[in-house]
Design a protein around this ligand. Structure first.
Ligand code: AMP
Length: 503
């Protein structure tokens, strides 16, 4: 009998010494305690009818019990389908209709709204609250902790993760035991995780970053986690002295830098800060180093592929780049039209192949064929180039590329210039419909608190630094850029908001 993810990530908890999860209320869970929780949850899932290959959806708060459900799905050979807690009932219904999970776990407060959804799709509903209570907990308590472990092979599905859909419809990425395990091993090695590590975990666990990068690496390497229910600046600052590693999205780092309590002494003992899921501004990278003496390690990955590239653990962590391909992962930059590989320095489509790359999109064979080549390369939709030293620089999503009057404009090039201007906190550049040019370059700016943006100075700078077709034809100030929970700017919303600007 073997079960790749169970054997490597969960079984070792039975004999792990010390604490596995530190919780904000001061309590803690040892490895064996957590494993018993996962085993009881596995038995409870079986009572609810879950069999190998069945999907188990959950839209629940981040708790140890929720993480134990991940272990339970692995043990029962089921496929975990975690859902963003912000999704509305109708969004949840679209995922339930697509994935037809056997079980849907929800917060008790959403029972009334989601019961009809579950009913329409033949899904069994159970509840799990932010305090760990609910019908699922009661069912778990009635089960024994000696769960039988289902046999699985590396190619068997372990998770169905829907993409965040910032550039289009969410698609269910099918991730196997082998995909997740190989990437966990690669990252644990690359980032030198050991049982002495304590990962400060403040990311959500419905996304690949918090669930797989953070939890799988900790489980595999024997590291402990300070498991926080979400991002809370005060709680994060309080926990930092007990942590050795922080994994965050760029907004974690900008918020920490905005707080005077975040200083060199507070993090002098830290081993590693990792950033990903959205671009970390070079300015943030440099400001972080100036404040703390640490260089943030930026990495690049996505739901479909797990992690692809990383700045080196030892070696130069280069601001504004996402580092080099991870061992075992091939990354090429190709001509988007022909698919032919391009030399270093030229910008094109980032394609990725390796044991980390998913098997396809659930129920979408055509979409899978469009994006996953026969030779195994996945066309990521990200545009980038390798610099002369082999570091990958991302310039944006292909769907964000602006084609104005037949010329290509990479939003990032314009954004980087705007971000440097006095008074500019951040910027987003999008293409909006234009009667003459097809699309027009349009910039959205946010002011730094207490400062003013000088529009004339910005116009003059743009005229001097950018070819005319790259210069924004309109600039708008907003209070904040729309972002999803992973800190990604939702350019689709900006394009909609400003779509009739030149109509
Ligand atoms: P998701 O599937 O939600 O993880 O989103 C994946 C996308 O996030 C990638 O295709 C990139 O566009 C973006 N992304 C992830 N990491 C980075 C990074 N370090 N810098 C810039 N973009 C990133």
């Amino acid at each position: 009998m073997s079960n790749p993810l169970y054997d490597r990530l969960f079984a070792p908890l039975a004999v792990r010494p010390g604490t596995f999860l530190h919780l904000d209320d001061g309590s803690a869970l040892s490895g064996p305690e957590f494993l018993s929780m996962a085993h009881r949850a596995a038995a409870a899932l079986r009572v609810l009818g879950v069999r190998p290959g069945d999907r188990v959806a959950m839209q629940v708060a981040k708790t140890p019990q929720a993480l134990a459900i991940y272990g339970a799905t692995v043990a029962t050979g089921a496929v975990l389908l975690p859902l963003n807690t912000a999704y509305t009932a109708s969004e949840v219904e679209s995922f339930v209709a697509d994935a037809t999970p056997r079980v849907l776990l929800v917060d008790p407060g959403r029972l009334d709204t989601l019961s009809p959804v579950a009913g329409r799709h033949g899904t069994t509903l159970a509840t799990l609250g932010a305090d760990g209570g609910g019908s699922f907990r009661e069912l778990c308590e009635a089960q024994s902790a000696d769960a039988a472990i289902e046999s699985r092979v590396e190619g068997d599905l372990a998770a169905l993760l829907y993409t965040s859909g910032t550039t289009g419809r969410s698609k269910g990425a099918m991730l196997s035991h082998g995909n997740l395990l190989s990437n966990a091993q690669t990252l644990a090695d690359a980032w030198r995780f050991t049982p002495a590590d304590v990962l400060l975990h403040a990311l959500p666990i419905f996304h690949t970053h918090g669930l797989f990068v953070a939890c799988n690496v900790s489980l595999l390497s024997g590291a402990a986690m300070i498991f926080q229910p979400g991002f809370d600046l005060d709680a994060l600052l309080k926990a930092l002295p007990r942590a050795t590693v922080l994994m965050g999205v760029p907004t974690f780092y900008t918020r920490l830098l905005d707080d005077v309590r975040f200083d060199r002494d507070l993090v002098a003992h830290m081993r590693l800060f990792v950033s990903g899921s959205a671009p970390l501004l070079a300015e943030t990278h440099l400001a972080f180093e100036a404040r703390t003496g640490h260089r943030i390690l930026e990495r690049y990955g996505m739901t479909e592929t797990n992690m692809n590239t990383s700045n080196p653990y030892s070696g130069e962590r280069r601001a504004g780049t996402v580092g080099m391909p991870l061992p075992g992962v091939e990354v090429v930059v190709t001509d988007p039209a022909s698919g032919v590989p391009l030399p270093a320095g030229e910008t094109g489509m980032v394609e990725v192949r390796g044991p980390n790359v998913f098997g396809g999109y659930w129920n979408l064979p055509e979409k899978t064929r469009e994006e996953l080549r026969d030779d195994g390369f996945f066309i990521t939709g990200d545009l980038g180039r390798f610099d002369d030293d082999g570091y990958l620089v991302l310039v944006g999503r292909q769907k964000d590329l602006i084609i104005t009057g037949g010329f290509n404009v990479y939003p990032k090039e314009v954004e980087l210039l705007l971000d440097e201007q006095p008074g500019v906190l951040e910027s987003a550049v999008v293409g909006v419909p234009h009667p003459d040019f097809g699309e027009a370059v349009f910039a959205v700016l946010v002011e730094k608190p207490g400062e003013r943006i000088d529009r004339d100075a910005i116009d003059a700078m743009l005229r001097e630094r950018l070819a005319r077709y790259k210069q924004p034809k309109g600039i708008e100030l907003v209070d904040a850029l729309p972002r999803n929970t992973m800190g990604k700017v939702q350019k689709n919303l900006l394009r909609t908001q400003f779509c009739d600007r030149f109509a």
